[in-house]
Design a protein. Sequence first.
Length: 129
Amino acid sequence: MRILHTMLRVGDMQRSIDFYTKVMGMQLLRTTDRPDQKYSLAFVGFGSETDQAVLELTYNYGVDHYEMGGAYGHIAIEVPDAAAACQRIREAGGAVTREAGPVKGGNTVIAFVQDPDGYKIELIERRPQ
């Protein structure tokens, strides 16, 4: 077994595709539009769905925003250099909500960014050993 994808409901499909591809560096893998069911899907990731988990972006026609639930936490992405990733994301128009630095009580370097719908993304620095 393996995790295939995580679904995020988005308020503007193109805005979200632009964020995940242009700001976060993912690839748009595939899209589906279901007008009879009134929703569209876009799958984005850093590689093929056959090799790794991806994000499923779901736009429900006519819904432009969602309330963040109290149970949702964040998506985590491994990066080689969290500070450099924050700089690149900021330069591409993304919002850095926690600068790169050690996690409280530890030495792992993390940072947080936020997508246009308010979803948090944790960047975890994993330097090659």
